[in-house]
Design a protein around this ligand. Sequence first.
Ligand code: ZN
Length: 347
Amino acid sequence: MDTFFIEFRDPLFGIIVFFLLLFILSFISYWWGRRKSTNETKEIEIFLGKFDTTQSEDAIASQVCENATTNETWLLLASGFEHQGNFEKSIEIYLALLSKKNDKAVQKEVLLKLGRGYFKAGFLERSRQSFLQVLQNHPRTPQALHHLILIYEHLQQYKDALEAMEALIEIQGRSGCEKLYLEARQMLSNPKASIDEKAHFLIDLYTQHAQLGYLVFEYLFAYRPELAWKHFDQSLSVRLADILWRVPSENLDFDIIARNGFLRELFSARGSCEMSQSSALFELDTLMTLRRCGNTKATLQFEYVCGECHTISFLPFHRCPTCHAIDSIESIMTLTKERFEDNNSFQ
Ligand SMILES: [Zn+2]
């Protein structure tokens, strides 16, 4: 019996009782609180009806509808959840806010945030429906169109992405290289187009616009290296260092390499030729020195940085996963140990 009372005085017990009381109070508030009349539009009702709601969403909805807290505070709270990666909670708040009586401007803002929340959480179809809902009442909303393009791109529905792009160009009057990028991705994903057709499409694109250099030469060096060298843009040498580093020796064009200082250093460091003895770049200079000493167990590895937002990635990208900029990739070379030789156990 004594033991029971000692546990009763435990601080943890107090905390449990406190949360129990909070829980009970929120339920009392749920059952007995005054219901505010909701004046949501029919479209929003239909929109919300598309998604299943859980019990916890109902609880948040009642808090959002019955609590005196302002919309701005709820949006701030939802944004905080979003920054923590708790998209489930932020989406619950947005959905609850949409069920409240709000003016059209607030509904539009919340729908945009809801769409972005679903997009970040990976619910692409729900995100698409949210942005389409925005566009239904506010067709000239660039943010909604921009995200629709991203969604269609993720789903590889490039025809729809290009249609949304046309609408965005009408509003903004410019597209940068985004339209070209979508057209290139559409061509590359077309199963009916041959490798030669794709290669010539990319060459024409680069010749006319001098954009998407990384995407164009990545494909060409992988599938048509002779065309890649024929149309090679020497000004891209440093940017394409990782792609060039992986080109097999039999596909190298030593005439072009001999005319370019960076390429001479890069391929001398790789051991494919001996056209250069030193380099201003530490990594290449070190590799050349090591090779002269007979050490071939060092190589280069690459990381990638976005030229716009400076996010670093271990994988190459054509559209930055963080800021969604296109063709903003820059490669960073670092020295590393050659792993292949140690792991080569086939012989
Ligand atoms: Zn970026």
